[in-house]
Design a protein. Structure first.
Length: 252
């Protein structure tokens, strides 16, 4: 598993976990907007991008083990988990283990611990085919994932990342992981948690996060910004700004 690190000081390190269909590069524009010197750790989750050849299974427990190991091996001192969508659910599971050094959790459009009622069997089956081809990825971007058009190069990268998956990893999240109830684990999180939602998010809208996340994650607060589900790509300035505010609050 190839890990990308940067910086080396200035408060807690940031350990990033990307969404289903993303990569370490999903966070590039967010990281670029952080203060110079902030320590960062990014990687392609098992089954995606440069990690697509890593063997399965690709279920949440395995992804949680991976993220916990990356944090343990790449960070010395305090750190904050930063998770987007699927990566947000994985981040909640790692935080529930209360690893040494964990100072906080920053969740971007996260999959909530309690699956929403809309996550039906029919929904999951349809979702499992969203990344079957460049055309299906494009339709998902236009109809579901974004609030507006992405710049051409960014869109091309998203399509490439969404297709760069092992078959098992592409199917595991929509068919099983998204429907897994982790409320019991989420209640064990003992550090501050900030949740950033896109006001036009059709996947995890603010109302869903208020109903299916906030009641189960102690110390969690919710902030809404303009944008859809792919906030790290649609609104990196807003994500970096909210993340900076959260880190400043931890210092206080």
């Amino acid at each position: 598993m190839r890990v990308r690190t940067g910086g080396g000081g200035g408060g807690p390190a940031l350990v990033f976990a990307h969404h289903w269909g993303g990569s370490a590069g999903t966070w590039d524009e967010v990281v670029r907007r952080l203060p110079p010197g902030r320590a960062t750790v990014r990687f392609d989750q098992r089954g995606w991008g440069t990690s697509r050849e890593l063997p399965g299974p690709y279920h949440l427990d395995r992804l949680t083990d991976d993220l916990a190991r990356v944090a343990e091996e790449c960070v010395t001192g305090p750190f904050v988990l930063v998770g987007h969508s699927m990566g947000g659910k994985v981040g909640q599971l790692v935080a529930a283990r209360r690893p040494a050094g964990l100072a906080g959790v920053f969740l971007v459009a996260p999959a909530p611990p309690r699956p929403p009622a809309a996550v039906t069997e029919a929904y999951r089956q349809a979702l499992s085919h969203a990344y079957d081809s460049p055309g299906s990825v494009g339709r998902a971007l236009d109809r579901v994932l974004t609030a507006g058009p992405l710049p051409g190069p960014v869109r091309e990268t998203v399509v490439r990342d969404s297709l760069a998956a092992a078959d098992g990893a592409r199917a595991e999240w929509p068919l099983r992981g998204i429907a897994q109830d982790i409320t019991a684990q989420a209640r064990r999180i003992g550090v501050p948690v900030a949740v950033l939602a896109g006001g036009q998010d059709r996947v995890e809208p603010p109302a869903v996060l208020r109903a299916c996340l906030l009641p189960y994650v102690p110390h969690a607060t919710l902030t809404t910004v303009p944008g859809g589900h792919l906030l790290p790509l649609e609104a990196p300035e807003a994500v970096a700004g909210a993340l900076g505010d959260f880190l400043a609050g931890l210092r206080g």
